[in-house]
Design a protein around this ligand. Structure first.
Ligand SMILES: CC(C)(COP(=O)(O)OP(=O)(O)OC[C@H]1O[C@@H](n2cnc3c(N)ncnc32)[C@H](O[C@H]2O[C@H](COP(=O)(O)OP(=O)(O)OP(=O)(O)O)[C@@H](O)[C@H]2O)[C@@H]1O)[C@@H](O)C(=O)NCCC(=O)NCCS
Ligand SMILES: Nc1ncnc2[nH]cnc12
Length: 289
């Protein structure tokens, strides 16, 4: 991907991506302006406060990526990881302790930092991300069996139980769901911005393993079901057809009834929107939803 936008706009585009994602409606298993979905502790306003609390963090990521002069990009990742821990704290203060954007803090922080570095070093973004995250999964999952159950995060438990590498695996591989599936789908998509982002989200759901969904369902057996539902929606023509829209509304009800969340897929949509804004393939010139 080539980007011609100035580095100064990286932090703003990160915030825009967070705000665009939560504004898309109707999203199965997620908060949007019209629905809390299966998240009784959050509304769209919680997400607005959460996003704004992250502005200083994204600016720190830009500064870190711009200033980095080392030869081993895993050192750049090590520099920003503690910044993300502080950003999680700021998020929880802004949201009254609710976890709105933990996954996005991690992944968007990586893309913002990598974009800033890639611009000054004249490198390709995805190659930069992969070089930054080299060895991440092995590093994070090493020694997990020494931890007691109450010290393990949801992602760590799923790795030990099912071998799912989750967001770490997706990130270390250079976000294949985003770069190989979602971004091409966004480029191809037509219609209003809301319709385009709905179809992009369901492309992500059809192609990813969302550990937020697996955790809520209690079993990885939910994954093929979710893939099939999203594929059915896309085969019906997606958001611009009456049948596709009806499928989306029905899915919304199922996800709410069964307390199923798609938080990880929302994070990948946020990344896709961010890259779409950088690439200039998102135009906000449609005056209907
Ligand atoms: C490496 C970290 C991500 C830490 O990982 P951890 O093991 O703590 O967490 P995971 O459970 O593995 O996942 C973290 C979040 O990643 C999102 N996610 C899951 N699957 C995917 C996927 N396939 N692709 C992209 N993203 C994915 C997901 O975040 C979303 O869901 C959140 C709500 O989650 P949670 O509160 O668990 O769920 P609920 O059911 O709603 O809660 P309850 O009702 O049960 O209470 C929401 O925030 C979305 O963002 C996973 O939750 C990373 O955190 C780390 O290393 N942090 C260090 C600091 C840092 O980020 N540094 C800066 C960048 S290096
Ligand atoms: N809109 C949304 N609803 C619930 N969890 C999310 N995580 C990121 N965006 C989300």
């Amino acid at each position: 991907m080539t980007t011609t936008k100035p580095t100064e706009t990286l932090a703003t585009d990160a915030l825009r991506a967070l705000l665009y994602e939560v504004s898309v409606t109707p999203k199965p298993g997620l908060v949007d302006p019209a629905s809390q979905g299966p998240h009784p502790d959050m509304t769209v306003f919680t997400f607005i406060d959460s996003a704004l609390s992250l502005q200083p963090y994204f600016m720190q990521c830009v500064a870190a990526g711009t200033a980095f002069a080392g030869s081993d990009l895993t050192d750049l990742f090590s520099q920003i990881r503690p910044l993300g821990v502080d950003a999680e704290r700021a998020m929880r203060t802004a949201t009254n302790t609710v976890n709105t954007h933990k996954g996005a803090i991690f992944s968007l922080g990586i893309l913002v930092t990598a974009s800033a570095y890639a611009a000054q070093a004249d490198l390709e973004l995805r190659a930069t991300v992969k070089a930054m995250l080299y060895g991440l999964t092995a590093h994070d999952f090493d020694g997990l069996t020494d931890k007691s159950a109450d010290q393990l995060t949801a992602g760590e438990k799923l790795y030990l139980r099912d071998g799912i590498t989750g967001i770490r695996g997706e990130a270390e591989a250079g976000y294949p769901t985003v770069f190989d599936m979602a971004l091409p789908a966004l480029r191809r998509s037509t219609g209003t911005l809301n319709q385009r982002l709905l179809d992009t989200l369901l492309t992500i759901v059809a192609n990813s393993t969302d550990t937020n969904l697996v955790k809520r369902a209690g079993s990885a057996d939910i994954v093929p079901w979710a893939h099939q539902q999203a594929q059915d929606y896309l085969a019906l023509g997606g958001s611009k057809t009456t049948a596709g829209w009806a499928k989306l509304v029905a899915l919304n009800q199922v996800f709410e009834r069964d307390n199923l969340s798609l938080g990880g897929s929302a994070d990948l949509l946020i990344l896709t929107v961010f890259l779409g804004l950088r690439e200039g393939i998102i135009d906000n010139d449609s005056f209907s939803l």
